[in-house]
Write a protein that binds this ligand. Structure first.
Ligand code: ZN
Ligand code: ZN
Ligand code: ZN
Ligand code: ZN
Length: 231
């Protein structure tokens, strides 16, 4: 029986503030104008402001996975790394790296292979500015690559140190390679070559064995290593 190529159906995303649904491009305009609830007020008599960047993150080879983030400019790269891990990629504590202007910033300094690479203890404001594109990779053995872009900056009231998710894609629907129904699992072994998307009915008969299947999750790391979704 011929194996059909998986059909990934693109989905809209949802605005985390108001619940509106838009495609990736239209969402940019929306998140930059959607009124966010007031943040916590500072206790100082002089109102404090925090500079924040709006950043788009997407899977390098899987553009159907995307998020818009609001990132305080005074946070460390490490914090963005932690956010990306928690939300999208963490499976078993692999190394990760940002690449900004051809410089590598690696998660574990003691594992730096190359003395030219830096740690992630850099303030985002010092290494990034509006318009800049940069890269991220998680797990150098079975890597997941992400593309990031700083879209804009603005100031918000109060003192803010946490990264906020502004919007992200709804789970894309992928069809089973054998029968065309919606896939619920992906095979760790043949999933990486675009095959191995399996529906519930076909799972027991999958050629690599049922125990090797991972759940289909809303992340560009779907089907890789032991990734089963947000930890
Ligand atoms: Zn909104
Ligand atoms: Zn892993
Ligand atoms: Zn099937
Ligand atoms: Zn398989």
């Amino acid at each position: 029986m011929a194996v059909k190529k998986p059909k990934v159906q693109k989905t809209n995303g949802t605005c985390a503030t108001c619940g509106a649904s838009f495609g990736k491009t239209a969402m940019k305009k929306h998140v930059e104008s959607c009124k966010r609830p007031a943040r916590k007020r500072s206790s100082y008599p002089i109102p404090l402001k925090t500079k924040v960047f709006t950043i788009l993150v997407e899977g390098s080879f899987m553009h159907e996975y995307w998020m818009y983030l609001e990132v305080p400019a005074n946070s460390m790269l490490k914090k963005l790394d932690n956010f990306l891990r928690y939300t999208w990629v963490e499976c078993c504590g692999h190394l990760s790296r940002f690449t900004i202007d051809d410089e590598g910033y690696v998660s574990e300094t003691e594992y730096l292979f190359d003395s030219k690479e830096k740690s992630m203890n850099y303030v985002i404001n010092k290494v990034l500015s509006v318009g800049e594109k940069f890269g991220y990779e998680y797990d150098f053995g079975s890597p997941t690559y992400l593309n990031l872009k700083v879209l804009s900056e603005h100031e918000i009231e109060g003192e803010e140190s946490s990264i906020s998710l502004l919007a992200r894609n709804e789970p894309p629907l992928v069809t089973c390679n054998s029968c065309g129904k919606i896939a619920e699992y992906i095979c760790r072994q043949c999933g990486c070559v675009g095959e191995g998307w399996v529906c519930k009915d076909c799972a027991p008969d999958h050629r690599c064995g049922e125990e090797i299947l991972l759940p289909v999750v809303n992340s560009p790391r779907v089907g890789v290593c032991g990734y089963t979704g947000n930890c």
